[in-house]
Design a binder for this molecule. Structure first.
Ligand code: FE2
Ligand code: FE2
Length: 428
């Protein structure tokens, strides 16, 4: 049944409506919602709405039919002319203004986080450029960078994981190094690792794929499946990585070196390059391989073949449960939430949105960027589900299934990249 216009006087609880006014011209948090109580109907009247659009497919019941569907411009908005109750409209506007202020602060904060992400990415890019000529210095630089990250992770502040706006699928190595480092540190912190162990994990993850330098680019970026000889060569990259680092940085910690040489080994012994069984795979390596596996699933060379964050976690938990450490995967899910940033979701009020941030203390109630055709894209509402216990996520959908205008609005990323923020600290 198609949407149609109705008089406000026809409304009742359970009718899903859409307001045909821009978001900033009414005090409701959403431009479309299901009527919950009579007060909302009274508020609509008080605001001068005489008609609204009814969305039958999202309604629990249809509007009263005492009046036929209206033709527009009826004047029943004064509601019998009896305005005696204290107006709820002002309170609504106050709430909304406060929300707009918070949104602005949130947007500023996200911009600063994006800036720090770009700066960190630049540092990683420089490291990768200089690694051939000045490896010990580069490792020192990685130590200092990861040390800063660990210090902020271990502060008492909440850690919020943000989805970063990666515009391109290029420079795969830099993004992958930084992403796995952020993810590995998240998992390590949740597992209770101390600063020293976290630093080893983070630094090793920056360099874990360094052995790929010895693999020809035509193999690394081959769009079709590798042949058996090509695969054999590719599978040597962890060994090459160990050779490169041990030759140039003799004091590289042993625990960290194992991450480089063993990050593709699996608990069932089917991994590469050595097929080492699980009882000989140290915990730091298991953590590193979870971060690595997740990023590989979400960011494949062919963007269309990439899994959504939600699919990646489900796959790791289900299909890869003999290869990855189950308990650590469960912990990883707890960090990212079952709806990690980058997941496109449908909310219980029918809105479509994309998860853009997760507070790891309450990962089941993330922040969601909402699609609303009445709100300009650059002012899109980011709704924190922690603020509204009545709203929840009902399902996830693949971005490819979104209508074109919703896809453009939510702008699903070419790459899923994460960076963290600790609200309450001041940025320099
Ligand atoms: Fe690798
Ligand atoms: Fe990797």
């Amino acid at each position: 049944m198609q949407e149609y216009r109705v008089y406000v006087s026809q409304l009742r609880v359970g009718v899903f409506i859409r307001l045909d006014k821009p978001w900033y011209e009414h005090p409701f948090l959403f431009g479309s919602f299901k009527i919950k109580n009579q007060e909302q109907i009274d508020t609509l009247k008080e605001l001068g709405f005489s008609t609204v659009i009814c969305v039958p497919e999202k309604s629990d019941q249809l509007p009263k039919t005492t009046t036929s569907h209206c033709e527009l411009t009826p004047r029943d908005q004064e509601g019998n002319g009896q305005e005696q109750a204290p107006s709820p409209t002002k309170a609504l506007w106050d709430m909304k203004r406060e929300r707009i202020e918070r949104l602005k602060a949130q947007r500023d904060r996200l911009n600063r986080c994006e800036k720090r992400f770009e700066q960190t990415l630049d540092r990683v890019r420089n490291m990768m450029t200089n690694i051939g000529t000045a490896m010990p210095e580069v490792v020192e630089e990685a130590n200092s960078m990861v040390g800063d990250m660990v210090a902020s992770f271990l502060s008492d502040k909440d850690v919020v994981i943000h989805l970063m706006n990666s515009k391109s699928n290029q420079e795969e190595v830099c993004y992958h190094s930084l992403n796995t480092t952020v993810l590995g540190l998240l998992l390590g912190r949740e597992h209770g690792l101390d600063a020293e162990a976290l630093k080893k994990l983070g630094v090793a993850l920056i360099f874990h794929d360094i052995g790929k330098q010895r693999i020809p680019k035509k193999i690394l970026y081959k769009p079709t499946p590798l042949t058996t000889p090509e695969l054999k060569l590719y599978n040597l990259h962890p060994t090459y990585g160990e050779e490169i680092v041990s030759a140039r940085v003799p004091d590289f910690p042993d625990d960290a070196m194992k991450i480089i040489s063993m990050h593709h080994e699996t608990l069932d012994g089917t991994g590469f390059p050595a097929g080492i069984p699980g009882d000989r795979i140290p915990q730091l390596v298991r953590m590193a391989s979870i971060a690595d596996t997740y990023d590989n699933h979400c960011n494949k060379l062919d963007v269309n073949a990439s899994m959504t964050p939600y699919q990646a976690l489900s796959y790791m938990f289900g299909k890869q449960n003999k290869q990855l450490d189950r308990e650590l995967v469960a912990l990883f899910v707890r960090c990212l939430g079952i709806y990690p940033p980058g997941t496109v979701v449908i909310l219980s009020n029918g809105c479509v949105g994309m998860v853009v941030a997760v507070n790891i203390k309450n990962s089941l109630r993330p922040s969601v960027l909402l699609y609303d055709r009445d709100v300009p894209k650059n002012e899109a509402l980011v709704f924190d589900l922690e603020d509204d216990p009545e709203l929840s996520i009902v399902k996830t959908i693949h971005p490819a299934r979104l209508p074109a205008q919703v896809y453009d609005y939510l702008n699903p990323r070419m790459r899923i990249s994460y960076f963290t923020d600790t609200p309450g600290t001041t940025d320099s």
